[in-house]
Design a protein around this ligand. Structure first.
Ligand SMILES: Cc1cc2nc3c(=O)[nH]c(=O)nc-3n(C[C@H](O)[C@H](O)[C@H](O)COP(=O)(O)OP(=O)(O)OC[C@H]3O[C@@H](n4cnc5c(N)ncnc54)[C@H](O)[C@@H]3O)c2cc1C
Length: 139
């Protein structure tokens, strides 16, 4: 967003990537209200690096780092991506490496790699921040 930075803030987060935004939403859920995020770049300018989110980031396993389902973002993200059950490297005739995410079934309710561009993840998190009244100041 444009506009001038507040004169003071309780929490200042530098970086509106997935980690900074998840930290902000998590702190909000833990009772903090006066949170400001700054980023040097406009939305989308930081490119889209992450394309797969793994189970531990999706689900609540530990209070830190905050997981996407514990901060109310996962339900909105799931329709925007694809669940990847396995990934492999093929040499033209056979697989030389195969990773089966289904093997994680005993340990997580999300036994898949979740394929989604980082820009989509950030879009949803920005939406959630807006609803909570947390502002991102850019440039
Ligand atoms: C090629 C590549 C592929 C990757 N693929 C995956 C993947 O598939 N899955 C995965 O989980 N991870 C992947 N990663 C790691 C990925 O970068 C992180 O998961 C994700 O981007 C981390 O988010 P972040 O918020 O920590 O950092 P970033 O996404 O880098 O966001 C940091 C933000 O902080 C801002 N910033 C930094 N310094 C300052 C400053 N001094 N002042 C103001 N703003 C600042 C930047 O502009 C940026 O918007 C990949 C990384 C690379 C390089």
């Amino acid at each position: 967003m444009s506009g001038s930075l507040p004169q003071q803030t309780t929490v200042l987060i530098v970086g509106a990537g997935p980690c900074g935004m998840a930290a902000a939403v998590s702190m909000y859920h833990q009772g903090l209200r006066d949170i400001t995020i700054v980023d040097a770049l406009l939305p989308g300018e930081n490119s889209s690096r992450a394309m797969v989110i793994h189970a531990a980031t999706l689900e609540f396993t530990h209070p830190m780092p905050p997981a996407l389902d514990s901060i109310g973002c996962l339900e909105r993200l799931l329709p925007l991506g694809e669940k990847m059950e396995r990934v492999g490297i093929h040499d033209g005739s056979s697989y030389i490496l195969s990773i089966e995410f289904a093997l994680l079934k005993a340990y997580t309710k999300y036994p898949f790699g979740f394929v989604i561009p980082q820009s989509s993840t950030e879009g949803v998190m920005l939406e959630v921040l807006g609803e909570l009244g947390i502002k991102v100041f850019r440039r």
